[in-house]
Design a protein around this ligand. Structure first.
Ligand code: MGD
Ligand code: MGD
Ligand code: SF4
Length: 763
């Protein structure tokens, strides 16, 4: 891939002293913002230098979104703390949340709107006024809409403000092709599995009833490295209380070190383990018989299905001791109903992921956990009305390309959700469920219909979507690319127009409404004025909408007006939200008992479905079946990847404080394997994948904490973006080694653990 640079010729006046000094990417880091702030009296600590102004916000350092309080003195953000009233943060933050101040004052930030002057990918831009950037973008979008229809504009969105582009603007503009990586590259299989099993989604906040859980099972979910604040608190409390912990992971993760049982499973074989656990729970009668009789259907079929799936059968497949399989099933059964397999979050692994998740959810039902104290509670959404805009052109979820009327296609089966959905058998439809990676191909081939323009809002497109060369091919073919970001990330170099956004601490946003045990609504309000010449997303979509003839959707002129209108429906407004410390908490209905005689499970049968007629009718397995995954070729390891505690995806590697804590990633290699290959701990190697793609150099962590058939690396490094003065060229990228993915036929999720690497020693 050609190395990109970000060259900016400036012709607009910028307020920033740093920009005035001449460069977009200045070396060094100062907590002082670039805007004209009053000189600081360094003899005094910050909290004595002026009035402390507290505002309420939602952390945007990762998608978990803890509620925070922000303390500002003389227009400078000094401290972010967890909002004690917020059900997610409860007054605490993780390291990345604490890094939020240094994220907004990163001097590498995008500072003004820009238009491309060189070739796409060269990274050559000229700064322009907002008028020019908006006029140019609107003219391009209008021309493409008029010639090819609104569906020919795709929108990729993530991060805290994605609602404005991916939901509001997309629906008003009329494109169904809006997608979020947090769906088909992350959670879609579990959401689909939950709907086929319970008729309910898992939702953004996994409903594990941590307060009194007795047995926690984690499958490929590594709390502590996956550093979601609330989960770390909940897990620690449950562990300190003496809850049993079972961890299934080919790697001895941080949480495995706290477990009663660690099952170092052969990668890709989890469904076999789950079926064997089901077998033990049923044959040893450890399941909750009353619950199963009252709330489930298909038990007889399930029992017949798993009768041959003994621990010995699974032991041969998973390379786990059959006695350990039996013992762990018994530990779950002994704690029923206060026992659950935690749903996990990033579950797009091997392309058979919905069935694996269904096998896990069936076990939770056998344990009688769903809707029971100490198991899994039932999430409830908070009550608040939507903004009363006229009906949108496109509503509900995007069907991606397969949503085109009459465009059901075997070649491109999976807009949102695969075959079952194409057969019209789905009960609900999630907008975010469009399979992002499936929108790339139509940009190249024009089939089943062309996608000609792409808006990328807060998505790190060259680090989050597998098969990077294909994405670049698509970038080359598109007629127009608009990027809205805060940093000069790698994909920014491919934009025609760049719009720099104000960060979460500099803007209002849509309300954060969280389905939860205690449903709640949280506020994001600015702590300071936007730095540089940046603007919030709500303003950008309104300005674009007005230029595109969409005035009827933008009767509100400011975010405050929009938010106040919504808040009126719960008898509140922005001022009252502030008095309530930024959070309104409502009452939930977490347990079955809260529903009286009614069923909380909106499936066809009104029961939890071990056997899914809908999947069966669509020609898919009605009960999960184990399917072997392709093994690594000789001399290759399976490439596993995941989170590092102080970084989020590929977005914080340049954040000054976080970069200092962990500047580059390492590749975990089994110690015996490393020794046999003559590779030393700490040595730099390259990884070459099955398609001959070679990584940048990466340091070896030789350790007995990983099996011999896989290697592991933290996601998000190996960036080729010269505008990122700290992250550029550090470590290696997992995404670039993922030239392949396997599509889940039910959810449209992209299984990314199907790539293999060999170790190439550096000369
Ligand atoms: P990030 O790297 O966090 O990941 O996919 P992404 O959300 O694309 O990218 C966020 C982007 O938003 C960055 O470009 C950042 O600079 C920008 N940004 C930050 N703050 C703001 C803001 O306030 N406004 C705007 N406009 N932009 C902002 C995550 C996705 O990736 C997910 S959810 C998962 S679980 C998958 N994980 C994963 C993996 O582990 N490995 C590989 N190889 N691919 C993966 N893809 C998926
Ligand atoms: P991963 O980080 O992908 O997923 O967090 P998780 O859902 O916990 O974790 C991968 C784990 O699965 C690793 O421990 C790996 O060894 C193991 N594994 C690999 N293959 C297999 C297998 O075949 N079977 C089993 N049983 N295990 C396997 C993702 C979550 O993290 C998400 S989606 C988000 S949005 C948040 N992002 C985030 C972040 O960016 N940074 C930090 N620090 N925390 C985060 N928390 C959240
Ligand atoms: Fe912020 Fe950490 Fe909470 Fe994520 S888990 S929202 S980074 S405090």
């Amino acid at each position: 891939m050609a190395r990109v640079q970000l060259e900016i010729s400036r012709r607009t006046f910028l307020k920033s002293a740093l920009v005035g000094a001449g460069g977009a990417a200045l070396a060094g880091y100062s907590l002082e913002p670039a805007s004209a702030a009053p000189p600081l009296d360094t003899a005094l600590p910050w909290f004595r230098q002026g009035e402390i102004v507290t505002t309420y916000n939602i952390c945007d350092m990762c998608p978990w979104r803890c509620g925070v309080t922000v303390q500002t003195v003389n227009g400078i953000v000094r401290k972010i703390d967890g909002n004690p009233k917020d059900p997610k943060s409860r007054g605490m933050l993780c390291a990345r949340g604490q890094g939020g101040v240094s994220f907004i004052y990163d001097p590498d930030r995008l500072q003004a709107p820009m238009v491309r002057t060189g070739e796409r990918g060269e990274g050559k831009f000229q700064e322009v006024t907002w008028e020019e950037a908006l006029d140019q973008s609107a003219a391009k979008l209008a021309a493409i809409r008029d010639e090819y229809g609104p569906e020919s504009v795709a929108i990729f969105g993530h991060t805290g403000g994605d609602f404005w582009f991916t939901d509001y603007f997309a629906q008003a503009f009329g494109t169904p092709n809006a997608a979020k990586p947090s769906s088909s590259l992350c959670t879609t299989p579990r959401e689909e599995a939950a709907q086929y099993t319970y008729g309910l989604t898992v939702g953004g906040h996994e409903p594990v009833d941590w307060e009194s859980i007795g047995c926690i099972t984690l499958i490929g979910s590594h709390i502590g490295e996956d550093a979601r604040n609330t989960l770390m608190q909940d897990f620690s409390n449950a562990w300190a209380r003496g809850a049993k912990v079972i961890v299934v992971d080919p790697r001895f993760s941080s949480v495995a070190a706290k477990a009663d049982y660690w099952l170092p499973i052969k990668p890709g074989t989890d469904t076999a383990l789950l079926l064997a656990w089901t077998n033990v729970l049923i044959t040893e009668e450890l399941y909750d018989k009353e619950y199963v009789a009252e709330w489930t259907q298909g038990f007889e079929q399930l029992a017949a299905h798993v009768q041959d799936y003994s621990p010995e059968w699974a032991g041969a497949i998973t390379e786990l001791d059959p006695d350990l399989i039996r013992e762990t099933a018994r530990a779950m059964g002994a704690n029923s109903p206060k026992a659950a397999i935690v749903p996990g979050r990033h579950v797009t692994w091997y392309g058979n992921d919905t069935q694996r998740m269904r096998a896990a959810f069936s076990i939770n039902a056998l344990l009688g956990a769903y809707g029971r104290e100490g198991g899994m509670y039932l999430n409830k959404s908070p009550y608040i009305e939507a903004y009363p805009h006229p009906p949108f052109e496109v509503t509900g979820s995007s069907g991606g390309c397969s949503a085109e009327p009459g465009a059901e296609s075997d070649e491109l089966p999976l807009g949102p959700s695969g075959k079952a959905r194409a057969d019209g058998a789905r009960q609900t439809f999630l907008r975010g469920a469009t399979a992002m990676q499936e929108l790339i191909e139509p940009m190249i081939s024009g089939k089943p219909y062309p996608i000609k323009a792409l808006i990328i809002y807060g998505v790190n497109a060259l680090h989050s979507i597998p098969n990077v060369p294909r994405t670049i091919e698509a970038f080359k073919k598109l007629d127009f690319i608009l990027v809205v970001d805060v940093l000069p990330q790698e994909h920014v170099a491919w934009a025609d127009v760049v719009m720099p956004e104000a960060t979460n601490l500099e803007r209002h946003d849509e309300l954060w409404t969280v389905a939860h045990k205690t449903p709640y609504i949280a506020l994001r309000e600015p702590a300071i004025e936007p730095l540089y010449d940046t603007k919030p997303a709500w303003w950008m979509v309104r300005e674009l909408g007005m230029r595109l003839g969409m005035e009827k959707y933008f009767k509100w002129e400011t975010a405050e007006e929009y938010l106040n209108t919504r808040l009126t429906s719960i008898g509140s407004n922005l001022e009252k939200m502030r008095e309530e410390e930024g959070i309104v908490i409502q009452k939930g209905k977490p347990y079955l008992a809260d529903f009286g005689d009614a069923s909380p499970f909106p499936t066809h049968s009104g029961k939890i479905e071990f056997y899914s007629d809908i999947l069966g009718l669509a020609g898919l397995d009605p009960i999960p079946v184990y399917e072997a995954v392709e093994p690594p070729p000789d001399g290759f390891f399976r490439l596993l990847y995941g989170r590092h505690p102080v970084h989020t995806f590929a977005k914080t590697q340049n954040t000054p404080l976080l970069s200092e804590l962990y500047p580059e990633n390492e590749v975990w290699v089994n110690g015996d394997k490393a020794a046999a290959m003559g590779v030393e701990n700490g040595a730099y190697v390259r990884l070459e994948n099955q398609d001959g793609v070679l990584s940048s150099p990466i340091k070896v962590k030789a350790t007995q904490r990983i099996r011999g058939d896989a290697v592991f690396m933290a996601h998000g490094f190996g960036q080729d973006a010269p505008g990122l003065s700290r992250a550029n060229g550090r470590g290696a990228s997992d995404a670039k080694l993922q030239t392949r993915y396997k599509l889940d036929p039910i959810s449209g999720g992209a299984g990314m653990r199907v790539n293999f690497v060999r170790i190439v020693k550096e000369a």
